[in-house]
Design a protein around this ligand. Structure first.
Ligand SMILES: [Zn+2]
Ligand SMILES: [Zn+2]
Length: 353
């Protein structure tokens, strides 16, 4: 094979990842264009070893190469392996891969250009709204006042503003070059080799790209909405750098009611009655959602017995119908007896016996 990648790196076919990496490092050090300025042969050689390393250091590409040799790119149609090492913009990908990010560079200083902040992104926001059963039943409107991050207007949500006059890069002293790994000269990462800094942190947002803004939104809560349901208010979340806005979600939370429990569209409540009323039957008063109502219970009503009051439940979502109110009877027995009561109960027990 004319361009055998293993030969180029001086390896045999069984070389493991470590051997490949170390062979590449050794050769890269020798043929790096910065070490051999103006030497076209060295540059070609460096390109060759970088290409070989790019393929052999990638398990998938290496597998394809081992199987198909020179034709590996055409043969492996599943993926496009055609990326080339880009010499224009520095030796980014391979060096980053090999030495871990941009951290392999010596020197330092303000690496602001390199650390350009992330532009502000549109974000959704969820706000919980606690509503009473009465409010849920009738439907209501709530005015929400909340703080949210919007893209900073001074920097259009980028976190950086262009300097009126570019200044000299402090990291490389304006040369655009830094001493890098193995003593090789590297393009300065802070100024991308230009020697000048043309942006600075936006003073309005301190480089965060976002500013807190107060928003007010009036939200209509439809009658009968279920606990935990989210209402979407489009475009009222955080605004991002591109002017696109996230959405606001209003999540409905049911406040605890003093005596009523919601069971879907129905409500449930306990009503305490005197034991004589339970036994003899009669009219009892129930605190329903929309005010007190009276109902009749029959003779010999039992503790725990349930009665249904139709249309005294919650408004059914999307309709004008209502659920029911379930009344659970609690029968109170006397804690004390007077003489007369004792006499009467005694004679009652004799009748029953
Ligand atoms: Zn610089
Ligand atoms: Zn800003």
């Amino acid at each position: 094979m004319a361009n055998d990648f293993y030969q180029i790196l001086g390896l045999d076919r069984k070389a493991d990842d470590k051997a490949i990496k170390s062979a590449y490092r050794k050769l890269a050090r020798k043929y790096h264009p910065d070490v051999n300025p103006g030497d076209k042969a060295a540059e070609a050689k460096f390109k060759e070893i970088s290409n070989a390393y790019e393929v052999l250091s990638d398990p998938d590409k290496r597998k394809a190469y081992d199987k198909y040799g020179d034709r590996w790119e055409q043969a492996s149609q599943m993926q496009d392996y055609g990326e080339n090492v880009d010499f224009g913009g520095g030796f980014g990908s391979i060096f980053d891969h090999l030495f871990g990010g941009g951290g392999g560079f010596s020197g330092g200083g303000s690496a602001y250009e390199q650390d350009r902040p992330e532009p502000a992104r549109p974000k959704d926001l969820t706000i919980d709204v606690e509503l009473s059963l009465e409010e849920i039943d009738s439907g209501t409107t709530r005015t929400l006042s909340y703080q949210v991050g919007d893209a900073c207007k001074s920097c259009d949500g980028t976190g950086a503003v262009r300097l009126r006059a570019p200044r000299q890069c402090g990291a490389c002293g304006g040369s655009g070059i830094m001493k890098g790994i193995f003593g090789m000269q590297q393009q300065c990462a802070s100024c991308n080799g230009s020697g000048r800094i043309s942006f600075e942190k936006c003073p309005t947002c301190a480089g965060t790209a976002a500013v807190r803004t107060q928003k007010r939104v009036e939200v209509k809560i439809p009658a009968g909405i279920a606990e935990g349901r989210k209402l979407r208010v489009p475009g009222r979340g955080s605004v991002g750098a591109n002017g696109r806005a996230g959405d606001l979600y209003v999540q409905v939370r049911e406040a605890k009611h003093g005596s009523l429990r919601r069971l879907g569209d129905d409500l449930e409540t306990e009503v305490h009655v005197n034991y004589t009323t339970a036994i003899l039957g009669g009219e009892i008063r129930v605190n329903a959602l929309r005010g007190p109502v009276t109902m009749k219970i029959p003779e010999c009503s039992q503790p725990g017995q349930k009665f249904r009051l139709t249309n005294q439940g919650m408004t059914k979502f999307g309709t004008t119908n209502r659920g029911n109110l379930i009344v659970v009877l609690k029968v109170d027995l006397p804690k004390t007896l007077n003489d007369r009561e004792r006499e009467m109960l005694k004679s009652l027990s004799e009748v029953k016996a």
